[in-house]
Ligand binder design. Sequence first.
Ligand code: URA
Length: 434
Amino acid sequence: MSIVTLIARKRRGEALTPTEIEAFVQGFTRGEIPDYQAAAWLMAVCCQGMTSEETTALTLAMARSGRQIDLGDLADRAVDKHSSGGIGDKTTLVVAPLVAAAGLPVAKMSGRGLGFTGGTIDKLESIPGFRTALSPEEFVAQVRRLGLAVARQTPDLVPADAKLYALRDVTATVDCPPLIASSIMSKKIAGGARHIVLDVKVGSGAFLKTLPAARDLAGLMVTIGRQAGRRVAAVLSAMDQPLGGAVGNALEVAEAVATLRGAGPADLRQLALTLGRELLLLAGAAPDPATAEERLAACLDSGAAYEKFCAWVAAQGGDVRAVQEPERLPRAPHRQAIRAPTAGWVTAMDGEAIGWAAVALGAGRTVKDAPIDPAVGFVFRAKIGDRVAVGETLAEVHARTPDQAEQAARQVIQAITIVPEPVSPPPLVHTVLR
Ligand code: URA
């Protein structure tokens, strides 16, 4: 089968067969199809789309590209969650230890930053020593011992996604529903957990900007998961502005730790409780939503979730002192306040522009496999609906150099709209598909 023919057929909008899709995935994973041809194929998919049958075939071929994790007797209780990507979305860092503290085994495979969004693996790796490349045996043993493991794709685990993800990141082929669905669901299927909650983000800081588009993506992923024998729910959550205040890897870890210690932003706490609640309900670990949330709030407030986070960091080789004293996390040398140019109410924040400004500071990649700077990013003080005075601090930029800070500050000011009349804050969660 010629890869040039597959690219050309996809470019013309033809549907490929499962056999052709399998051949593409295998050829690319084994290194027989070079990056430039894979990139052309990805771009053709972005431009022409895929049928749901093609997307399912792509997902299953990717899930089969490495070993699939067998959680054995844990599988029936084990849970997993995944976000479709957003700005400041450090939810996994809170939800995973929270749900594990509530007694459910959490077995999760995560990704790096993608396009203008951050990724859990980059965030975790900003903790000195934290190891995200676990073998399937280490992964299962840790879930059994600690009740929680998060790993990245490796040559053993969903290698097709590791390679395609890195290529999509730098070829403008990220915001494409069949590629997002197959990337997420291949990791969820290979990860072995039976219960999966998808956090499908919608808004200016998400890949999908409208509710109908996000609903379609959620429906597609739920269908693929159910076809693969998983119990799946999807939470459609708002990404009209950064979640919490921090955007940037180590800054987000510090904010997640604050949330686990009871001092984090209200929206992050609430979204973590919502996603955790859906996991407990799916796994049959709580009789109703209110009981599930109460139980999780108790785990947060008692410090049990924070203790679990520390144990998780230690289990994966991370320096727990950087969690206990977050000032030990990587810190950027230059900080600058970004001040409101006019008085009024914050009515809009262009999340995508803020994400690209973070990438330009070094928090994400513009070239495949490039190193990132864990320390840089933003801490937002103002949210949509807040009233601000002229010169009030909207955000703080953490940068390597004063020039980079200045440039980022200009981009953030452009990304924030302030109007003279009061505005209401947007909802945090639009709807839940169960
Ligand atoms: N998360 C993933 O794992 N893949 C995507 O394509 C988007 C978000």
